[in-house]
Design a protein around this ligand. Structure first.
Ligand code: CP
Ligand code: NVA
Length: 297
């Protein structure tokens, strides 16, 4: 049987992704309902920093009576050049699932191609699908189904933005992206989703009448050296209460965090009722638990 992987939202049938989010909502109110994962181990390979993703995976496994082990390139042979394919073959004979946070998305694909067990993308330069499970859970909890709704992405056409493009087709919503010229998402991905995704350079145009406004940092992990240039390019892309006032009156605001107050979002907006970022962060744990349950059973 083919091993399922979760490298992007498109790797699983859409109906299964929707079910994982429903299950996350259920597990949040009834944690004891989670399947027992005793004797199961999740391997975590993180080549970039993390607070939420790592803690969510480790706590989820603990709560299901399973175990997790955390590896970085510094404390394993990965950093000393052992080929990804060899690491995949060895680790997947010992652990039951692997979550990887790395730079090149292709490294995840290479690992998955040689893995006997499911591989989860815990963030790559191109996609962050686990975050979208939590974001969709959060929207549904606050506002009901996101199907047919309108979402605005303001800022960098990064891994989060590209995952929103995939989510638009899986969860059936319209997505208005506003990014500075030269910081837009992948053109092929945009073209493949042109029926529901639009691109402009105007945040005001993008947020008009939407149900959800989302942003993220202007310089992602690995882009620190271009931060000064980005601060200039993104100067007009800060999400503020004033920008939110152009969206629907009950529009929500989300940010995957960590947030840079005074850059992509104002401090004032983060603390408004419309901002559901703390629920969104908590839901990383519930949704990753539901994902693990799905992949481990
Ligand atoms: N949002 C998110 O993935 O956070 P971490 O980098 O802390 O895992
Ligand atoms: N786009 C950000 C997300 C962090 C969770 C990054 O890749 O650094």
């Amino acid at each position: 049987m083919r091993v399922p992987h979760f490298l992007t939202l498109l790797d699983l049938p859409s109906s299964d992704v929707l079910e994982i989010v429903s299950r996350a909502i259920e597990l949040k109110t009834n944690p004891a309902a989670a399947n027992n994962q005793s004797r199961k181990t999740l391997g975590l390979i993180f080549e970039k920093s993390s607070t939420r993703t790592r803690v969510a995976f480790e706590v989820a496994m603990t709560q299901m009576n399973g175990a997790s082990l955390f590896l970085t390139s510094d404390n394993s042979q990965i950093g000393r050049g052992e080929p990804i394919e060899d690491t995949a073959r060895v680790l997947s004979r010992m652990v039951d699932c692997v979550a990887i946070r790395t730079f090149a998305h292709n490294d995840l694909e290479r690992f998955a191609a040689y893995s006997r067990v499911p591989v989860i993308n815990a963030l790559s330069n191109d996609f962050h699908p686990c975050q979208l499970l939590a974001d969709m859970q959060t929207f549904i909890e606050h506002r009901g189904s996101i199907s047919g709704k309108r979402v605005a992405w303001i800022g960098d056409g990064n891994n989060m933005c590209q995952s929103y493009i995939n989510a638009a087709s899986v969860f059936d919503f319209e997505l208005n992206i506003a990014s500075p010229a030269n910081f837009s998402p992948d053109s092929d991905l945009l073209a493949a989703n042109s029926d529901r995704v639009s691109l402009s350079t105007s945040p005001r145009q993008a947020v008009a009448d939407v149900d959800l406004v989302v942003t993220d940092v202007w310089a992602s992990m690995g882009q620190e050296s271009t931060k000064a240039k980005r601060l200039i390019a993104f100067a007009d892309f800060e999400v503020s209460g004033e920008l939110m006032s152009l969206a629907k009156a009950d529009a929500l605001f989300m940010h995957c965090l960590p947030a840079h107050r005074g850059e992509e979002v104002t401090a004032e907006l983060l603390d408004r009722d419309a901002s559901v970022v703390w629920d969104e962060a908590e839901n990383r744990m519930h949704s990753q638990k539901a994902l693990l349950e799905y992949l481990l059973n």
